[in-house]
Ligand binder design. Sequence first.
Ligand code: DGL
Length: 270
Amino acid sequence: MNPSSHHPIGIFDSGIGGLTVAHAIKNILPHETLIYFGDTAHLPYGDKSEAAIQAYSIKIANVLLAKKCKVIVIACHSASSASYELLKEYVGREAHIINVIDPMIDELEEHYKNATVGVIGTKRTIQSNIYSKKIQEKKLPIQLRTLPTPLLAPMIEEGFFNNQISKEIISQYLSDAALGRLDALVLACTHYPLIKNEIEEYYQGKTTVLDSSLAAARTLHRYLSSAGLINTSQAETPHFFVSDYTESFEMATRLFFGEAVKLESYPLWH
Ligand code: DGL
């Protein structure tokens, strides 16, 4: 199949958190039709093995390809670190794949040479060492400091942000010696844009906080323009599928997407 400009953009994540990426894409590319898939039956991906995440990612890619997506955006950092290379090979020329890590590496290359940069994310993302591998591959003169911050995603899902508890947990993590003094900090998890302001407050302007969802949306925009795939007609109704529907997931959509959306159940054993 040859991708065509009116085909949708597929976006997937382990759950609802990837709606931060969908939101960034919707803001930059309002005419694109979005198809979102949250693998709520299998979340969190952050604690799963690479093999398990790869198997889920292939199943989701099949769903998005069947819906004729011209691009598949891996919104989840844990899945981007575990499955990007595999998906690229699997999907081949049927769709273009964008992850949420390479766009940030490009941003670091452009603006943060010779800087000390921190990365926080799930255990899977940090243990994969993906940022350091990519920085080494490109031979970038960047001093990298990483820290798994696994408590932050469930904390945000439970609505604990902009309060005393989140402030305390954020400051415990960011004061960890593994991070030290940073020029910039990469938010390498779908959920963290929601606590970006609290993290900025912690650093009081001394460290720039970098949002991967914005970097990914800009990369997608550039790709669509260069490939002549920008949709020139109106966007069709978006769809938000989840592999396991619950009301609490639906309620959480407002947190991550800025407005409530209707979730449609799509079990992965379809
Ligand atoms: N979406 C995941 C990520 O960005 C966070 C939640 C999870 O662990 O599934 O890594």
